[in-house]
Design a protein around this ligand. Structure first.
Ligand SMILES: C[S@@+](CC[C@H](N)C(=O)[O-])C[C@H]1O[C@@H](n2cnc3c(N)ncnc32)[C@H](O)[C@@H]1O
Length: 222
């Protein structure tokens, strides 16, 4: 499909975020073309965001890499159409030891994720199933856990607990309502977190969770 003529959306939107090689742009271009091709049948992203796919999805996902520059082994929960997981795979494909694990319960989305990983030559493994059951038996070291548009913070912490408990940080994409979500989550969790202002969404943040300890029922804040 030709580029959308109404927008100036393209690989150049990555420039303020990180330097990418020609080969990486080629991999990301293959990914974007596949999302456009599969979108009518699989509804991989909100239709209104498709004309700005490089900015709204690719660059949005890519901002994780400079936040966690030494992370090589990533785990993305609820990967859907592959954001941020497939973008991380494309960006890290040349990095020795890179591995990106995607967890997704929907079989058709998993078929897309596997197809896109193969087409882009990305170091991606797709795990089909419910997050709770897949993480219950997880024993692969992870440097950073991610989730975007999956669940409220409180629920994300619950889902991510086995990986956080093993010492990995988490990066959760959150919109304008993030303060309320933090307030709610801290009823049940003692959090060491950093708010990174999103470089794509004026009102959004990437919440870096460095540590999350479940509070006992008796020690909830007033
Ligand atoms: C709204 S989509 C977001 C997809 C992608 N992260 C993005 O930002 O475009 C949420 C995805 O999480 C998956 N999902 C939701 N709950 C899940 C669970 N408990 N286990 C595995 N996948 C789940 C859904 O099937 C869906 O594809």
């Amino acid at each position: 499909m030709p580029p959308d003529k109404r927008s100036s959306d393209g690989p150049e939107v990555l420039r303020p975020i990180l330097d990418v090689s020609r080969e990486t742009v080629d991999r990301l271009t293959v990914l974007v073309e596949l999302v456009r091709k599969w979108q009518p049948a699989e509804n991989l992203v909100a239709p209104s965001t498709l004309p700005d796919i490089w900015r709204r999805h690719v660059a949005d996902s890519a901002q994780l890499v400079p936040l966690f520059p030494s992370a090589r082994r990533w785990l993305d929960l609820g990967s859907g159409g592959g954001f941020p997981g497939l973008v991380l795979g494309c960006l890290l494909a040349d990095r020795p030891g890179a591995a990106v694990h995607l967890v997704e319960s929907n079989g058709r989305k998993c078929a897309f994720l596997r197809r896109a990983a193969a087409a882009t030559g990305s170091p991606v493994t797709v795990h089909q199933g419910r997050i709770k059951s897949i993480l219950a038996g997880w024993d692969t070291p992870i440097d950073c856990l991610t989730a975007r548009a999956l669940a409220p913070l409180d629920r994300l912490l619950d889902l991510s607990e086995p990986i956080l408990a093993a010492g990995a940080p988490a990066a959760f994409f959150k919109g304008a309502d993030f303060v309320r979500e933090i307030d709610e989550a801290t009823q049940s969790w003692d959090l060491d977190l950093v708010e990174h202002k999103s470089r794509i969404d004026d009102r959004g943040v990437i919440l870096e969770i460095r540590q999350a300890l479940r509070r006992d029922a008796g020690e909830r804040p007033a």
